[in-house]
Design a protein around this ligand. Structure first.
Ligand code: B1M
Length: 209
């Protein structure tokens, strides 16, 4: 089966068809990672481009996002069948001022598939909430996601808040999201940047050992 079929139905926002195609692909033995990256995420990337060019608008984007998310949920079990797992705890959220949560949810799902317990703080999360949660819940990792150039700077405030609360040495701060880069991660003094959810989960495992 061609992964383009899945991508196309994500673009069309057809949740039922996406789910059926994902099941078909799994039945055909196609790896979950391929279905996620070349099918679901590839479709969402096209939607992103169309959104940027004003060819589609918020409602269509949300419908596609739902189709992508429902498809991705079906892959959760399969995504880590042979990979390493770890016992650990992380809190995750999209930073203050930012409501994008699709990538954040994907990172959460991948972390959970690695055995890591994840406290989901949702979207629009203040630096204080990240830090307070990490402190109270003894999280080894704080995961911050940002999709806007105007909100990614809040990640620097999370690092500062962790320092001020005296937990900087006991917690790893991971950052990601479309505008975030390795250079930005270094600049704000966070511990790790990863470009995708699967790499974030692989790295999180090493932080929990
Ligand atoms: Co918005 N949006 N949006 N949007 N949106 C972008 C981000 C944008 C690039 C679109 C564009 O114009 N080209 C643009 C940002 C421009 C910029 O800052 N430079 C933008 C804008 C401007 C806005 C609004 C301001 C639009 C408006 O109202 N005028 C507004 C802001 C609202 C707010 O947050 N305050 C807005 C609103 C929305 C919707 C509500 C319509 C919807 C969000 C729905 C939701 O999330 N529930 C939406 C969407 C869907 C997008 C695009 C189209 C797709 C984002 C997405 O979900 N991608 C996006 C365009 C784009 O990115 N090309 C766009 C799929 C997702 C799986 O990818 O989140 O990147 P992503 O996650 C990746 C990696 O980045 C990584 O893992 C994932 C892949 O495995 N990752 C991490 C993510 N977090 C990580 C954390 C990690 C590690 C990896 O470690 C902790």
């Amino acid at each position: 089966m061609d992964m383009k079929e899945i991508a196309l139905e994500v673009i069309n926002g057809k949740t039922k068809i996406v789910k059926a195609l994902v099941q078909q692909a799994l039945d055909e033995g196609i790896p979950a990672k391929t279905i996620l990256e070349e099918g679901l995420l590839a479709g969402m990337a096209v939607v992103g481009e169309k959104f940027k060019n004003n060819e589609v608008f918020v409602p269509e984007v949300l419908i596609s996002a739902r189709a992508m998310t429902m498809g991705a949920a079906m892959l959760k079990e399969k995504l880590n069948e042979s990979g390493e797992t770890a016992k650990g705890k992380a809190c995750i959220g999209t930073v203050q001022g930012d409501l994008h949560d699709i990538g954040k949810n994907l990172v959460k799902m991948m972390l959970e598939s690695k055995g890591i317990e994840v406290i989901d703080l949702g979207t629009d999360v203040s630096p204080e909430t990240f830090v307070q949660t990490a402190k109270e819940q003894n999280c080894q990792i704080i995961c911050c996601s940002a999709l806007l150039t105007t909100t990614m700077t809040v990640m620097g405030d999370v690092v500062k808040a962790a320092e001020a609360a005296g937990i900087r040495d006991s917690v790893k701060i991971m950052v990601g999201g479309a505008p975030v880069t390795e250079a930005f991660c270094k600049q704000i003094g966070a511990d790790a940047y990863t470009s995708d959810a699967a790499s974030a989960a692989d790295l999180a495992v090493t932080f929990c050992q």
